[in-house]
Design a protein. Structure first.
Length: 74
């Protein structure tokens, strides 16, 4: 699993399956989009306006990436 947070766009992306594959985006709410891969499995979750919905500190302990910066371990 990989978690990427972009503080410029306030977008949180949780990648559940690292396998390279084509995905279909399915919006399940105004701020949540699922990436659906092979066999209809969820391979990624995109959360828009993440700071309004998620406390990043509550995701501890995980590694997360901020684009253009080093990987942080929490």
């Amino acid at each position: 699993m990989r978690i990427i947070y972009n503080d410029r766009t306030d977008l949180l992306y949780i990648r559940l399956d690292e396998t390279k594959q084509d995905v279909i985006n399915r919006r399940v709410s105004e701020d949540v989009v699922l990436d659906i891969g092979k066999d209809g499995k969820v391979v990624g979750i995109e959360i828009l306006d993440a700071s309004k919905h998620v406390n990043l500190e509550s995701l501890l302990p995980v590694k997360y990436e901020i684009p253009g910066k080093a990987v942080h371990g929490i």
